[in-house]
Design a binder for this molecule. Structure first.
Ligand code: NAD
Length: 490
């Protein structure tokens, strides 16, 4: 059963062992819903990373040679275990991250889908064979990269690691996970579940830490590839540093996702969906909408959005903010907007805390109306439950504002016209587009990934594009007989 929910120092997982870090640098892990300290995370040093790489290198040789059909049996068993333990896992996620119970459970079930997809690798990672000349055959075979790294953010401590880990392991790699130091508990659970599913020791490791370990991972010659998810500032840095060290890097960054609402949108469906997108996970997700491009007269829909946001009960309908630093960053945007004369249609700083757990970091939803496209709340990733409304006369104006934004994670339109939706889809600069859906997460077998400053390294993080990322191919050309002579290859 769980080793967690104690206030003791969390271990690293190296070579199949729980190892206590000798590092003198540690951080408390605080429960956002209550303010209680629930664990202490070590900020490991480069020696611990070395030990994990050495153990992983040794274990990966045999694991990489194990047939794919046998490797994925571990993922089948893991899926069953995760389903059986979904309530326990959701509890851990809620405690370390502050999501509502329903959101935590949803993220566990989404992780199950990723395990299912990776378990189907024998059906989808089959390679190709073709007779390229008479009697000459060419085929591709996929090989693992070796020891790989996975670096993750605080906001989905179970799901985001499992976007990458099942595919990387299933394809024969060893994985070293560096979880967010703010939410490190789920990583230890992932290690426990993989062990219980029969993964050989050393193939999966957890090294806790902060910037120092991330930089050491980028530089380490024993790590071939890194999958990173986090803010654009760090994603860019990991990409540049890792590539300079000769690694393959896929790094997803931050976002500023717009929703476009046109007058023919269904008011009730639109309002409910916009509110869910802005306030889900208290706005702390890369797919959260934070800008509404209101085309023409949609005041009746805005009024409904406000009404639904006001009705949200903090602690039940909306979870907590991850840290005091994050709380002050979000309220700082509201303070400055108010001081600058912005129209605060709804002010989350005044939301009722009556039903929220005591000691938690709760903030209600806010709406800033009639903002200019240049205002900081229209441009910056605030990562909290705030919605900035920019008024536009035409759909083209809304699309131009969206496309000026350097990010390109997600965008959505609310309309009842198929033609309007297609016009938007064809022009908007975003990797994931929704029609009447504010969190357009492409579920397996489709791949998750944004464009522009939301993604570095090309390709997507899940789905079929992960097969190419976590493997390298050999192209083998074979001839067994000299009987055929039709061209230079025969
Ligand atoms: P973050 O970038 O601060 O941290 C991500 C990881 O990088 C953590 O493991 C952290 O320890 C490490 N890190 C932090 N600062 C570092 C530095 N200076 N040098 C090296 N490593 C560093 O992100 P976060 O605050 O944990 O998560 C929120 C961000 O993640 C948001 O920007 C959100 O949009 C983004 N995110 C993106 C996606 C996506 O799919 N595009 C998904 C989830 C979250």
């Amino acid at each position: 059963m769980s080793e967690l929910l104690t206030t003791s120092l969390l271990p690293n997982v190296i070579g199949g062992q729980r190892v206590l870090s000798p590092s003198l640098r540690t951080l408390p892990v605080t429960e956002p819903m209550t303010g209680e300290i629930i664990a202490v995370v070590p900020l490991s040093g480069a020696d611990e990373l070395d030990a994990a790489v050495n153990a992983a290198r040794e274990a990966q040789v045999e694991w990489g040679r194990t047939p794919l059909k046998d490797r994925v049996q571990v993922l089948f068993r893991m899926k069953t275990l995760v389903e059986a333990e979904q309530d326990h896992l959701a509890e851990i996620i809620t405690r370390e991250n502050g999501k509502t119970r329903a959101e935590s459970l949803g993220s566990v079930l989404r992780a199950v889908e990723c395990l299912e997809f990776a378990a189907s690798l024998p059906q989808i990672a089959t390679g190709e064979v073709l007779e390229v000349s008479r009697g000459v055959e060419c085929k591709t075979m996929r090989y693992p990269l070796g020891v790989t790294g996975v670096i993750t953010p605080f906001n989905f401590p179970f799901m985001v690691p499992l976007w990458m880990i099942p595919m990387a392991l299933g394809l024969g790699n060893a994985v070293i996970l560096k979880p967010s130091e703010q939410t490190p508990l789920s990583a230890i659970e992932i290690a426990r579940l993989l062990e219980a599913s029969g993964l050989p020791p050393g193939v999966f490791s957890v090294v806790n830490g902060d910037r120092e370990i991330v930089e050491a991972m980028c530089d380490h010659p024993g790590i071939s590839a890194i999958g990173f998810v986090g803010s654009t500032r760090v994603a860019r840095k990991v990409y540049e540093r890792g590539v300079a060290a000769g690694k393959r890097i896929r790094a997803l960054g931050g976002a500023k996702n717009p929703l476009v609402v046109v007058p023919d949108a269904d008011p009730e469906m639109t309002a409910a969906n916009v509110v869910a997108s802005v306030t889900g996970c208290a706005g702390q997700r890369c797919m959260a909408a934070s800008v509404l491009l209101a085309v023409g007269d949609v005041d009746h829909i805005l009024a409904l959005i406000k009404e639904k946001m006001e009705a949200l009960v903090l602690g039940t309908d909306m979870g907590a903010i991850i840290s005091q630093v994050a709380y002050e960053r979000i309220t700082g945007y509201l303070d400055r907007a108010e001081a600058g004369g912005a129209q605060l249609l709804l002010d989350g700083r005044n939301a009722s805390l009556d039903e929220a757990p005591e000691g938690g970091l709760f903030l209600g939803a806010s709406i800033i109306d009639h903002a200019s496209p240049e205002h900081e709340t229209s441009c910056d990733e605030i990562f909290g439950p705030t919605l900035t409304v920019i008024r536009c006369d035409t759909l083209d104006e809304a699309i131009a504002i969206e496309n000026d934004n350097p990010y390109g994670n997600a965008a959505a339109i609310y309309t009842s016209s198929g033609g309007t939706a297609q016009y938007f889809i064809d022009r908007v600069e975003a990797g994931m587009v929704g029609v009447n859906i504010g969190v357009p997460v492409p579920r397996e077998p489709f791949a998750f990934g944004g464009w522009n400053a939301s993604s570095f390294g090309g390709g997507d993080i899940t789905g079929p594009s992960a097969i190419d990322f976590w493997t390298r191919t050999k192209k083998i050309t074979t001839k067994w007989s000299d009987r055929y002579r039709s061209n230079w290859m025969s």
